[in-house]
Design a protein. Structure first.
Length: 328
């Protein structure tokens, strides 16, 4: 049995699809579905159970002899969330409890970290999971801090030789885009925001630059398709000897202008772009450059051809965002 927390969410639901396609199971989704269409993210999956987060530890206890791995994607992931107590409880306390459970029951544990742990990027984007390297990073929001705090705790546990899961791996996801993110509203990828703008008025708005060393629209991100993220999780499940904290990006930064042009191309519309100021409340926390260093996971054996930005956007727009059924 495999348990995916946040399994009805964006990355979690796509991981469930990849696991089902690979014949892994039974599959259990742990998530809150609430009153919207989030349930549609998992409507095509064959699931053994759907568990509410408050019931997760009881479920694990009742099924401890059957659980092969926990893939922990559940989190408060909004970088704008202001309730630090809620973030701490969800993004630090719960993963610590799951780590301890997996360690004591010798269950494999794969968990989501984030590129938000790198802060403004001044210390680079090297996924060095050592205590000293992690101590140098300075996240700029509570979400990034919470993920970073758990990463640092794992590093300490491992360095001191304390009991740990038979496999553990954390993934620092960069700018993920792709199907099943529709419930994320303001936290959806830029691709998902641009398509309705083009449909409505034939043009889009991008943030202008407030730095002399970047032109408008030339801010850079490591945009990675969600299927490529799921491919890394699948590789880890097939390689239980691999442990560590790894980046999950393409390793190639691309501009928001490149992204917008790819969306226009996918929709067969001539590019038309307006540049608007970055809101003052996020301007001092805005990242102008992110790019994953992928050498560590490649050295561990993950050989994978990531989709180019143009390929990924074309697939997402054509087969999902403007399709009759956008879900996978």
């Amino acid at each position: 049995m495999y348990v995916v927390t946040g399994g009805a969410g964006f990355i979690g639901s796509v991981i469930l699809k990849h696991m089902e396609d690979a014949g892994l199971g039974p599959l259990v989704c742990c998530d809150r579905l609430e009153t919207g269409d989030k349930w549609r993210n998992i409507s095509g999956r064959e699931l053994a159970d759907v568990v509410q987060p408050p019931d997760l530890l009881t479920f694990l206890s009742d099924n401890k002899s059957s659980i092969e791995a926990i893939i922990h994607m559940g989190a408060i992931s909004a970088t704008t969330e202001a309730d630090a107590d809620l973030i701490s409880e969800t993004n630090i306390r719960l993963p610590l409890q799951l780590w301890d459970w997996c360690a004591h029951h010798q269950t494999r544990f794969i968990f989501a970290s984030s590129a938000a742990t790198y802060g403004d990027g001044s210390m680079g984007f090297d996924d060095d999971g050592s205590i000293d390297a992690l101590a140098k990073l300075k996240p700029m929001n509570a979400y990034g801090w919470s993920k970073h705090t758990f990463d640092r705790r794992v590093a300490r546990i491992v360095s001191e030789g304390k009991i740990r899961p038979p496999q553990w791996a954390g993934l620092k996801f960069f700018n993920v885009y792709g199907p099943n993110e529709y419930h994320k509203e303001g936290q959806k990828s830029v691709v998902a925001h641009l398509v309705p703008q083009i449909q409505k008025k034939g043009r889009v708005s991008l943030f202008k630059s407030h730095r002399d060393d970047f032109e408008d629209g030339k801010q850079l991100r490591d945009f990675v398709h969600v299927d490529d993220c799921a491919a890394l999780v699948m590789w880890l499940l097939l390689n239980p000897q691999v442990n560590g904290l790894f980046n999950c990006g393409t390793g190639q930064a691309r501009s928001f202008l490149d992204l917008a042009n790819a969306v226009f191309a996918a929709m067969k519309v001539e590019p038309a772009i307006d540049y608007i100021p970055i809101p003052e409340q996020i301007r001092d926390k805005y990242q102008y450059f992110t790019e994953a260093k992928m050498a560590r996971v490649q050295d561990a054996g993950f050989i994978h051809t990531f989709r180019s930005l143009e390929e990924g956007v074309m697939d997402y727009v054509s087969n999902h965002l403007i399709a009759k059924d956008p879900f996978v």
